[in-house]
Ligand binder design. Structure first.
Ligand code: PRX
Length: 653
């Protein structure tokens, strides 16, 4: 059993199953062995600037950089003096060789389909960029994009990038209030939206939310609205125009303008654990280099791949791995507009069979939902086109990993469990599918050029199997440059603790192979009788019980132990929340981890509070445990009813 140190986060769960990449996968992969990985990794860490410059040189630059990196900790500038146009790299660069290749394969929720070749994507991007210009939008202006998952969402992003406007995509499920906050914080002068989008058979009235967000004082001059669902919308004279009218007025001649490598590309808001959302700022040359390199190596992209990242463009995953990374690689990207359970629980598998998807990238929360829905929905379909699977967003519990491996990948597809953040811009810790032996539940090893470590309070690297804080010790090109409009918060959040190392905010340990295991967010760490336990391990232990679909663990104040452990558990279909099961689950955690981690209380729930991107909001559960009332920011909560139900249950007890 892994050893522990008292001051640090403890880690007790051991996973011994190991899966080597299939030989036929490795034979064709860009990085086909651990020796090849080690060799390139070692040289990339010995000289990261040389490594990243080599990658950047694979892209198109209108002017080559003078200096690879200017590092004035914590402020980085990459490819200084270089000039680049991000959209040129995602579209124009492929025209000669891949003009007729499909760039975007799209399916709407009602079943409508579209394809755009690279040439068509280029033309649409150019026209839209011209339409933006014609509407007075210029380089440096901030533009909010609030759209459904339609090709125009990508076109809007690329169009902004083409003219140097800074986009800020707001997830289409967020409320008018969320748009208002982001409009205000970013100082956006324009909004790109649609009349509506389809979700679970209903129209999400996007334009109406924009109208509401723009009530009262606003600096917004222009709203460009795409007609998607043809529902009635209110257009405000002088402010609102239709997408189709605007692109009809311009041509597709829009040469890509050269921008400084450090020109801002986008702001993406991410919820802090407390307080208002942080506007994470990413810039051009470095971000593109990171998204390009990670897409190329982690997804081992080949020209005939049909690549599907099932995230929404409203998240960083959508930015880096639907739009910028895969398109910079000239890949065919599948985009799906709607919900995974509409009209049936088999929608994903139907799509994979129909489009012969080869790579699927999704989140553990989705995988757990699929497990809960039952295998029969999967088994109806031929998923043999798949060759690679990926996950992102939170620690994947080994049971979900095994199900993904066996049921979706038929035991033959490597799984890349990718650890990264909105702030890191691109994947940081990940297996390389043709090289890295994987273990269920770990993101394994750092990507090239990434100097990740687990350190103690003093910043010293801890020994194998000791818990600590995850840090990155060297700058990397796709790192955030600041929090928009709040440099002090940037410094305080990520750099204050150690001064010269980026604090990711996650607890982690490395095992004897050097593999990284994320044990949970530092904000959520439990402190039971002086033992610091990550939430992820206790949750993993619970979910390894055959009755449990999902679990969230939080601490509540306890006079004796400091904190007591409360577990919120949702059960799989067919199981009942009995006292006997309650006891059994507590005993199960005791066996898996030790008595210290045994929940003091288990609360069965029909659902857990999650953000719209599927992350469990432990902060809210903590508040419920501490006293019942939920305060603080709940605007990112997916469904407030879940909290009401949990509170109702709490009162009964
Ligand atoms: O706690 C880690 C978790 O998600 C956080 C970043 O969230 P966000 O900025 O929303 O970005 C999500 C998409 C990149 C991390 O600090 N996380 C993300 N991926 C993993 C993960 N935890 C464990 N394993 C992962 N693969």
């Amino acid at each position: 059993m892994p050893q522990v140190m008292s001051d640090n986060i403890e880690s007790h769960l051991v996973e011994n199953r190991i899966f080597n990449p299939p030989a036929e996968f490795s034979a064709k992969a860009t990085i086909g062995s651990m020796e090849a990985y080690r060799e390139l990794y070692d040289s990339s860490i010995a000289d990261p600037e040389a490594f990243w410059a080599g990658i950047a040189a694979e892209l198109s630059w209108q002017k080559k950089w003078d200096t690879v990196l200017e590092w004035n900790c914590p402020f980085a500038k990459w490819f200084v003096g270089g000039e680049v146009n991000v959209s040129e790299n995602c579209v124009d660069r492929h025209l000669a060789k891949r003009g007729d290749k499909v760039a975007i394969l799209w399916e709407g929720e009602p079943g409508d389909k579209r394809t755009l070749t690279y040439r068509q994507l280029y033309e649409e991007t150019c026209k839209f960029a011209n339409a933006l210009k014609a509407n007075g939008i210029k380089a440096g202006d901030r533009v909010i994009i609030y759209m459904p998952m339609v090709p125009e969402a990508a076109i809007a992003m690329l169009g902004c990038a083409r003219i140097g406007a800074v986009h800020s995509v707001v997830f289409g499920g967020f409320s008018a209030e969320s748009i208002k906050d982001r409009l205000h914080d970013s100082g956006a002068v324009a909004v790109i939206t649609a009349d509506g989008g389809w979700r679970r058979g209903s129209i999400v009235p996007l334009k109406e939310s924009v109208n509401k967000a723009l009530e009262g004082d606003t600096q917004v001059q222009r709203v460009i609205t795409l007609k998607r669902t043809a529902n009635d919308v209110t257009m405000v004279d002088g402010r609102d125009v239709w997408w189709h009218d605007e692109v009809a007025k311009v041509d597709s001649n829009c040469p890509p303008q050269a921008f400084d490598s450090e020109h801002p590309l986008f702001i993406l808001y991410t919820s802090g654990s407390t307080g208002k959302p942080k506007g994470i700022l990413h810039t051009s040359g470095g971000y593109l280099t990171g998204a390009y390199a990670t897409s190329k190596y982690v997804f081992d992209l080949r020209d005939d791949d049909i690549y599907w990242c099932a995230a929404d463009v409203g998240w960083i995953t959508g930015h880096s791995y639907i739009v910028y990374g895969p398109l910079a690689n000239g890949a065919t990207v599948l985009m799906y507009e709607g919900a995974p359970n509409h009209p049936g629980l088999d929608r994903f598998w139907q799509i994979i069979e129909e489009y012969k998807v080869t790579i699927l990238y999704t989140a553990p929360t989705a995988i757990r939902a699929f497990i809960k829905w039952g295998d029969e929905h999967v088994e109806k379909y031929d998923l043999s086109s798949l060759r690679l699977l990926g996950t992102v967003g939170e620690p994947i519990n080994p049971e979900a990993w095994m199900w993904y491996h066996e049921k979706i990948g038929s035991g033959k597809c490597p799984i890349v469990d990718t650890w990264w953040q909105t702030e890191t811009g691109g994947i940081m810790i990940t297996p390389l599918p043709g090289a890295t032996p994987t273990k269920p539940g770990t993101a394994t090893l750092p990507f090239f050029g990434i100097d990740a470590a687990v350190v103690d309070e003093q910043g010293e690297e801890v020994r194998a199997n000791e818990g600590g804080k995850l840090v990155i010790r060297k700058p990397w090109p796709s790192m955030l440059r600041t929090i928009y409009g709040d440099e002090q918060r940037y410094i305080d959040t990520y750099w204050k603790e150690y001064g010269n190392m980026y604090l990711a905010g996650d607890g982690a340990r490395r095992d004897e192979l050097g593999y990284f295991w994320i044990v949970g967010r530092l904000d959520d760490v439990l402190n039971v009788s002086g033992h610091r336990l990550g939430t992820a391990e206790v949750e993993r232990a619970l979910v390894s019980h055959h009755s449990v679909a999902e679990a969230a663990v939080v601490g509540r104040p306890d006079e004796i132990k400091g904190q007591g452990v409360v577990a919120f558990v949702t059960l799989k279909e067919g199981f009942e929340s009995t006292d006997a099961l309650n006891k059994e689950l507590r005993a199960h955690v005791g066996e898996m981890i030790g008595a210290i981690a045994k929940p003091d209380e288990i609360r069965f729930a029909a659902a857990l509070p999650k953000t719209r991107s599927g992350k469990i909001m432990r902060r809210l559960l903590k508040e419920i445990c501490a006293g019942g009332a939920v305060s603080g920011d709940t605007t990112t909560l997916e469904d407030f009813n879940v909290i009401a139900a949990l509170q109702g249950k709490g009162d009964d007890e």
